[in-house]
Design a protein around this ligand. Sequence first.
Ligand code: APR
Length: 240
Amino acid sequence: MSKIQSVAVLTGAGISAESGVPTFRGEGGLWRSYRAEDLATPYAFRRDPKLVWEWYAWRRSLIGACQPNAAHLALAEMEAHLDEFVLITQNVDGLHQLAGSQNIVELHGNIWRMRCTRDCCPSWEDRCDPLPEIPPLCPSCGALARPDVVWFGESLPGEALDTAFEVCRRCQVMLVIGTSAVVQPAASLPLVALQNDAYVVEFNPEATPISEAVSQVVGGSAAEALPRWWRRWLAGGRHP
Ligand code: APR
């Protein structure tokens, strides 16, 4: 493995599908049953914070019952083997952390964290399920708390985004796992890596807008395809 030292990974909802976390746009996806504009925008929250929190409380319960799958675990193992490995995720489910991954960049926040709507204090972790009260309040000032996730129409955390683009500019290999590659700015990251001559591998059972451009497409489900791909890499000494 002397050749490849710098690897970046971008994950989306598809990597958690086999753990039981619904995706957004696929079959049974959240945006097929719910209107994002009613539940995942700052306007929806201002209009009806109780309704938004009831939905996040439901998602927290669902995700809380899920465990990392073989794809999450393979990424944690890869991190242990490689000098430079950065895992950029669009997921808010926290399953990468549960799988043991360390160097994680969360682009869209985390459903297990909350923040004060008055920004009176830093965001805090809260894994209560069920939530003792809906909507929850800030423990410091008593103002409304909100999920520490990025909603449509909001900007991504600046530092996380800068790190993600920087990492994609210098990686030698990039793995793109379980994302429909339609939501910006995350969907641009694989293209930045390609522009910098990285070898980009897409893991997805379906074609996406980047499938034509990437170096290699691996079909099938992430929990099967990624560990197999990684074992071949370990056996062959360079990316298969
Ligand atoms: N293994 C690999 N990929 C899978 C699997 C699987 N088992 N099951 C589904 N997929 C693929 C689908 O083919 C699809 O391309 O995962 C992708 C999931 O796409 P989306 O549901 O659009 O999720 P994602 O790309 O993560 O969405 C991006 O949009 O709604 C917002 O903030 C939300 O972070 C999310 C962002």
